[in-house]
Design a protein around this ligand. Structure first.
Ligand code: ZN
Length: 492
């Protein structure tokens, strides 16, 4: 009998090993997407050093997002004039509209109205340089300095680099008398860093009113990394979705009075307990239901054997994977919603019971979750705490939909990226911050977020940080990518 059981167990173990092996070996990159005609980008006669000078000029306009009506709009208006002067062939060929007072919408009409247009996004505004960080810059952040093979200044990467590269590419083609077959729309918001309500939202609405349904939208969001954390090698990440966000306000009321004979719970103890419970709320973290699995699959050939085995057999190694990723904030953010208590407030004296205490908990919403469900679960977690109420401090923003990683437009972007960075496998990814592109979901079949530049881990600190700069090699790469995009995507 024992022998029989052992034999059965042995057979079972063999079957498991066989199945794990099968899944590991069949976990490979998806087949290459339909080939796209992409020209040799090195053949374009791009004036890269001129473009670097022009990006420097663009940085000198202090187009810091305007938080109030009283702030000076002149830098934006001067920037608009400068665009017309620097890119005359494009401005002669395209129709220009000012939307929401300072956003720019250009339509470069294609000869075939039956083809759905391409919408290319960039934003004019930049985040400020706080006074107390100014001394840590090695150059004037608004000086537009070109040195050490880079263009320096606030906005060099985020996002004037994109805007100028798009204009350089369009001007290059327009100057040669090239005209698109498929319409190309350029939408340059002026308040992306504030959420896009006065720019991108209005432009998207205008396009929707005109019945525009684009082939795809391309915006900033992700880029190519020289060392992808999973593989240690280069990888080009095309954002196919972005997380949402929202902040819960937790409010606890208690008996005010002196602390010498306190009740069993005070407003402060209640708010602390509520924050702790919500922070510890179980959150689903897994590869499925977001871009993570597609990313792993695309990078499968570069993954180590053990990593590939673990990922391909999440049914078996799921707990192990989750344990390994628990200490890695980037992995946590990729696999599920994140919860961060950020503010707490209550009481004015050490010996006085406050009548109220409050806390703020910031959520970054994974595409698998939604704000209503998170609020419901947070309320459930504290339902037995009398005097505690929970609401969104402001209307939350849902995660975006997930765009296709097998569409013809994804294939075009992936093909262009491989032409520009042959060593970097292309993989879909999740954008952890917000971009203007989310507002365009209703006017496009797919929305992608990718800047065709190669960045190091150190470079990733630059947007919104210190010594922001774009290497001239990256500027050149971006311009050639956009020329190729307009040619292959809209001119044949
Ligand atoms: Zn940006």
């Amino acid at each position: 009998m024992i022998r029989l059981i052992l034999a059965a167990l042995g057979a079972l173990a063999l079957a498991v090993v066989g199945f794990v092996g099968y899944r590991t070996f069949s976990f490979t990159a998806p087949p290459p997407l339909a080939a796209v005609e992409i020209a040799d980008a090195s053949a374009y006669g791009i004036d890269t050093s001129g473009a670097a000078q022009r990006l420097g000029e663009a940085i000198r306009f202090r187009t810091v997002s305007l938080v109030s009506e009283a702030e000076d709009r002149a830098p934006f208006e001067q920037f608009h004039v400068w665009l017309q002067q620097r890119y005359p062939a494009f401005h002669a060929a395209a129709q220009r509209e000012v939307v929401g007072e300072l956003s720019l919408l250009y339509t470069w009409q294609g000869s075939d109205p039956a083809q759905p247009p391409i919408i290319l996004l960039a934003h004019q505004d930049v985040v400020p340089v706080p006074e107390d960080t100014r001394q840590n810059w090695t150059v004037d952040p608004f000086g537009g300095v070109v040195r050490e093979d880079a263009v320096w200044g606030r906005g060099a990467i985020d996002d004037k680099g994109s805007l100028v590269a798009l204009m350089e590419a369009a001007e290059y083609l327009a100057r040669q008398g090239r005209r698109p077959v498929r319409t190309i729309i350029f939408a340059f918001g002026h308040d992306e860093e504030l959420g896009g309500d006065g720019g991108a939202v209005l432009m998207a609405r205008l396009l929707a009113d005109r019945g525009v349904r684009a082939w795809f939208v391309l915006d900033e969001g992700l880029a190519a990394l020289d060392r992808h954390p999973l593989t240690g090698g280069p990888a080009a990440m095309i954002g196919i979705s972005e997380r949402g966000s929202g902040t819960l306000r937790v409010r606890a009321v208690g008996q005010p009075g002196h602390s010498s004979m306190p009740p069993s719970e005070t407003a402060v103890s209640l708010v602390a307990e509520a924050v702790d419970r919500i922070h510890a709320m179980p959150i689903e973290r897994k590869l499925e239901g977001g871009p993570a699995l597609g990313m792993m699959r695309a990078l499968a050939p570069e993954l180590s054997f053990t990593n590939r085995m673990a990922v391909a057999n999440e049914w078996l190694f799921g707990p192990l994977l989750r344990q390994r990723m628990a200490g890695d904030p980037a992995a946590q953010a990729l696999l599920g919603t994140t919860i961060a208590p950020t503010m707490i407030d209550g009481g004015v004296r050490p010996n006085v019971l406050p009548g109220e205490a409050t806390a703020m908990i910031n959520f970054r919403v994974h595409p698998r979750d939604d704000a209503a469900g998170l609020l419901r679960r947070a309320r459930q977690a504290v339902s037995d705490l009398d005097g505690v109420t929970i609401d969104w401090a402001e209307p939350p923003r849902e995660a975006s939909e997930i765009s296709s990683a097998t569409s013809s437009s994804y294939a075009l972007l992936a093909g262009l990226s491989r032409e520009s960075l042959p060593d970097a496998p292309v993989a879909p990814g999740l954008v952890l911050a917000g971009t203007d592109s989310r507002h365009y979901a209703a006017v496009a079949e797919n929305v992608y977020r990718y800047q065709p530049i190669l960045l190091s881990a150190e470079d990733l600190e630059m947007p919104h940080g210190l010594n922001e700069r774009l290497s001239i090699a990256n500027l050149d790469r971006m311009i050639r990518f956009y020329v190729g995009l307009m040619e292959a995507g809209a001119m044949q």
